[in-house]
Design a protein around this ligand. Structure first.
Ligand code: AMP
Length: 171
């Protein structure tokens, strides 16, 4: 796939005025493009030793699960408040629009494990920074973060300074 931008739909003023929403459902609908996106994310992770892919709800599930399966790793969902059934650890953070609380199961990640976080889009980096803090709170390590899209003007890389961040498409 030469240019993922051809299959990403931009939706102005969604979900609120002023946001240029990058809609990846048009990527998922394209079997060649979707497969190529997972393969390209996998390539970004070559040479990194890790145990678990964490995907943030909900589009992180879409990119994170095929990545975990093809790379032979575990998948752990990071979910919005109140969705996970067992004991959780949680963190509240600020989004490009609004505020959110993210949770993972307390026993999903063990001390010493190496974690990759995969999501559709890096905006402010708030979501992933919160997940990094959750991971580190149990003594595990974030060894990489991989995004399909990165919105450069929101400086997510600054929020995630010190981590190994990669993305496929930048705006
Ligand atoms: P952030 O924590 O600010 O990096 O972004 C959290 C999540 O919000 C991203 O993973 C996206 O799923 C979603 N998001 C934020 N901004 C946009 C946008 N402009 N277009 C599409 N999704 C977005």
């Amino acid at each position: 796939m030469d240019n993922f931008k051809n299959i990403i739909r931009n939706v102005p003023n969604f979900p609120i005025e002023g946001i240029q929403f990058k809609d990846i459902t048009t990527v998922l609908k394209d079997p060649v493009g979707f497969k190529a996106s997972i393969k390209a994310m996998e390539e970004k992770l070559q040479g990194i030793d890790f145990d678990i892919v964490i995907g943030p709800e909900s589009r992180g599930f879409i990119f994170g699960t095929p990545l975990a399966v093809t790379m032979g790793k575990s998948f752990v969902p990071a979910r919005k408040k109140g969705k996970l059934p067992s004991e959780v650890i949680s963190k509240t953070y600020t989004l490009e629009y609004g505020e959110n609380t993210i949770e993972i199961h307390k026993d999903a990640i063990l001390a010493g494990q190496k974690i990759v976080i995969a999501d559709d889009l890096l905006a402010t980096g708030g979501t992933c920074k919160a997940i990094c803090e959750l991971v580190e709170s149990v003594g595990a390590e974030v060894v990489g973060l991989v995004f399909f899209i990165e919105l450069l003007e929101l400086n997510g890389r600054e929020t995630l300074k010190g981590y190994n961040v990669s993305s496929l498409v930048t705006y």
